[in-house]
Each structure stands twice: as structure tokens, then as C-alpha cells.
Unconditional design. Structure first.
Length: 129
């Protein structure tokens, strides 16, 4: 069955990548890097297009540059997800859907992490002369 594999085009050939072996996909400039335990495959295209092809197969967009396999998530801590030893940031736009998928409760409302207030510089008061 073809749903267990993704055929990606690399120049003049197609390469088979088992979907269950994909740990994460990283967008770098015009290419996407499909990272598995055995290899990293570079393919031309958008992360959005790959996400659509992998829709419903356990993948979640966590950042504008990353798509992770929920089966390979090792740890989630402080706005980061660890997959195969690599720390991947969780973007504010994707946090709610990621955490809902993580706990498998689609109605859960989780607020994005708040940014700390900006640090104000102290102004030096000049004395009257």
C-alpha cells in the first residue's frame, strides 16, 4: 500500500521514504530536509505541500520551518520539542494545535508562551550646574 511510503523526486528519479521512519522535516531555503534514523533526504518544495501529503498520518507543524512526527517526539519542555535528540522550537502560531494534538484533546485551549516585557534602559539624570 502506498500510504506507508512517500515517493519524493530527486532530480531525475524518485526515492522511497517510509513514512513511519520520518522523524521530522526541516525547511531550509528552497529545499526540505526529510530526516530519518538512517538518512537525510533533500527535496525541492514547500513544507506546506509536504504537510498536505502527510495529512492525517501523525505529523504536526510546530514552527514555520519544522514538521514533526508525533510518533518520534521524545520530550516537550519550555516551548521546545525534542525529536531524535534535536531541539525544535514551537512557534506561537502552532503551539495551540500542537499541544492539543499532544494530549489528544482538540477542544483544549492553551495560551502561547508570553514574551517577557522589554528591558528599559535607565536614563542618567543630570544635575543642575
Amino acid at each position: 500500500m502506498y500510504t506507508k511510503a512517500l515517493f519524493v523526486r530527486r532530480r531525475d528519479e524518485y526515492e522511497r521514504v517510509d513514512i513511519s521512519a520520518i522523524h521530522y522535516i526541516e525547511k531550509q531555503q528552497n529545499d526540505c530536509l526529510i530526516v530519518t534514523a538512517e538518512k537525510t533526504v533533500s527535496v525541492f518544495g514547500s513544507l506546506t505541500a509536504l504537510h498536505e501529503r502527510l495529512g492525517g498520518l501523525g505529523f504536526c507543524r510546530v514552527h514555520q520551518s519544522y514538521l514533526v512526527s508525533m510518533d518520534h517526539v521524545e520530550r516537550v519542555k519550555y516551548g521546545q520539542v525534542t525529536v531524535r535528540g534535536k531541539r525544535i522550537p514551537i512557534g506561537d502560531l502552532y503551539a495551540k494545535s500542537f499541544y492539543a494534538l499532544l494530549v489528544r484533546q482538540p477542544d483544549v485551549e492553551i495560551r502561547p508562551r508570553q514574551k517577557p516585557p522589554p528591558i528599559r534602559k535607565r536614563s542618567k539624570k543630570r544635575g543642575l550646574e
